[in-house]
Write a protein that binds this ligand. Structure first.
Ligand SMILES: [Zn+2]
Length: 272
């Protein structure tokens, strides 16, 4: 599943190919994504208009045109790439075509992604309740600690809640908790302040490292025929249930927390 680093890498990959260019047409071959794509609205808003800017908010990509925005989410399996007219594949649902022949092509086999239009981004239902960006200035251990008070929810769910902080998915939550020595099922309200300082630091470090590693796949966004491959992670705990902990050789345990698979080292990660 595309996580924040993949979305950020996608942004950096497509930005130089679409910003400041004018849209000639929008072709929608399949409009049944997570929500129906408002095809004629998007076509009307973008035709002969320039893409002024592209930003990321959480895992949403925001293409700005005339102060309004196309909101794109990659869902479970979506990807964007720069392409040409040829080589349309089965799950290539949407093309944004530019005057100079560039095509921004959206592929999404499982169709959980979204393409929506907003003339009032701050009040959009997908964005208005989002917490701070983990790589922004408002995210730190003190912030997490303050919000955690009296919360009985497992800390893993707490940091994966997009109202608390955006873009910390299952992989990054698991890895950051391992790096911080916190057991994922610990009650958020019982984890001490100094542990939150470490946790916030680890979340930032892991996300930054993944974005940096993702830079090596940037060329995949313009390959035309291939979908951009999401980069391989160097994972220490996620998906390693039953294997030895790299630090202490204890067997990594699996546990379901809030319907999601979790993995942790019973020796390195402490319960609070
Ligand atoms: Zn261990």
């Amino acid at each position: 599943m595309p996580e924040l680093p993949e979305v950020e890498t996608t942004l950096r990959g497509i930005e130089p190919h679409i910003v400041s260019k004018s849209v000639s047409s929008v072709i929608v071959r399949q409009k049944s994504l997570r929500w129906p794509v408002p095809v004629s609205l998007i076509q009307k808003k973008l035709k002969n208009k320039r893409i002024d800017n592209i930003k990321r908010r959480g895992k949403y990509l925001l293409l700005e045109s005339s102060k309004e925005h196309l909101i794109i989410h990659l869902g479970m399996s979506g990807s964007l790439r720069i392409s040409d007219k040829e080589h349309i594949k089965k799950h290539d649902h949407i093309d944004i075509c530019f005057n100079d022949g560039t095509i921004l092509r959206y592929c999404d086999p499982r169709r959980f992604g979204c393409f929506l239009w907003s003339d009032d981004l701050d009040n959009h239902f997908l964005l208005k309740d989002l917490g701070p960006e983990p790589l922004g200035n408002h995210f730190n251990g003190e912030y997490l600690f303050k919000l955690s008070k009296k919360r009985k929810t497992p800390i893993k769910n707490f940091i994966m809640n997009s109202k608390i902080v955006v873009g910390v998915g299952n992989i990054y939550a698991s890895e950051a908790l391992y790096a911080s020595g916190i057991k994922p099922s610990s009650q958020a309200g019982r984890v001490p302040r100094n542990k939150y300082e470490i946790l916030a630091h680890e979340i930032v470090t892991i996300l930054k490292k993944s974005i940096k590693d993702g830079g090596t796949t940037l060329r995949d966004f313009v390959s035309g025929n291939n979908e951009p491959g999401y980069f391989k992670q160097s994972l220490k705990v996620y998906g390693r249930e039953g294997k030895e902990c790299y630090a202490c050789k204890t067997i990594i345990k699996g546990q379901r927390i809030g319907q999601r698979a979790s993995a942790y080292c019973p020796n390195c990660q402490t319960r609070f």
